[in-house]
Design a binder for this molecule. Structure first.
Ligand SMILES: O=C(CO)[C@H](O)[C@H](O)COP(=O)(O)O
Length: 236
């Protein structure tokens, strides 16, 4: 096992690297957000430096992804400058057996949904703790909201049976502010019966920018595991 790292971090590292190793030279790569994707970005940088990988460009899904990509020498581009994304690598907070996801633990789900949906192939990278039978059972659903609409959106969500909570900053007083200048509600629904319908219903509330349900977007789910003290990666 990788020395000094806790088991969850080892699983994240293995699965992040496994996804990065699937990227081919010449690709435009969607760069997700979070601690698992960070290992993929690091590995892409290493492959570029060794010369094994050439001529890739990254489309970042957040300020964090952009900073990390620059740090690891990955050239960046924007959606205005490209006509395709070949592959996107991104983490998730929950994954169900149909490869539907809850994302947004890092408040980046709005840009992530744009980039991940555009990719020819979207690879999700998770450790096994993220696998669930039904979405909504271990993680609340993030919903990005325009600041002026927080109160009416909370009321509308309560009418749908959800319990919304304004996400608060850590080492910052007041609410979390997204890369777009908005706020995030973490909504507890319990097990979600129909993720596709809820995704649309929430996005129809005036003031909601995007919610963290990703239905039918993922192509491949890679799962990091530890078996007999050895890290491994499998496809879900
Ligand atoms: O959706 C996300 C950010 O908005 C992340 O991909 C998700 O929260 C998983 O993060 P991590 O890999 O750190 O567990």
């Amino acid at each position: 096992m990788t020395a000094g790292l806790d088991p969850v971090t080892v699983m994240k590292q293995e699965v992040g690297r496994a996804a990065a190793n699937r990227v081919k030279s010449g690709s435009i790569v969607g760069l997700g957000t979070g601690s698992t994707t960070a290992f993929a970005i690091q590995c892409l940088g290493e492959r570029l430096r060794s010369g094994e990988l050439t001529d890739i460009r990254g489309v970042p899904t957040s300020f964090q992804a952009s900073v990390l990509a620059k740090q690891h020498g990955i050239p960046l581009t924007t959606l205005d400058e490209i006509d395709r994304i070949d592959i996107a690598i991104d983490g998730a907070d929950e994954v169900d057996p149909q490869k539907n996801l809850i994302k947004g633990g890092g408040a980046a789900h709005t840009r992530e949904k744009i980039v991940d949906s555009l990719a020819e192939q979207f690879i999700v990278v998770v450790d096994r703790s993220k696998l669930v039978d039904r979405l909504g059972t271990t993680f609340p659903l993030p919903v990005e909201v325009l600041p002026m609409a927080v109160t009416p959106v909370m009321q509308a969500i309560e009418k749908l049976g959800g319990k919304p909570e304004l996400r608060m900053g850590v080492k910052k007083d007041g609410p979390v502010i997204t890369d777009q200048g908005n706020m995030v509600l973490d909504v507890t629904f319990g097990a979600i019966d129909n993720p596709a319908e809820l995704e649309k219903t929430l996005n129809n509330i005036p003031g909601v920018l995007e919610n963290g349900l990703f239905v039918g977007v993922a192509d491949v789910v890679l799962v990091g595991e530890i078996k007999d003290n050895h890290p491994s990666v499998r496809e879900a």
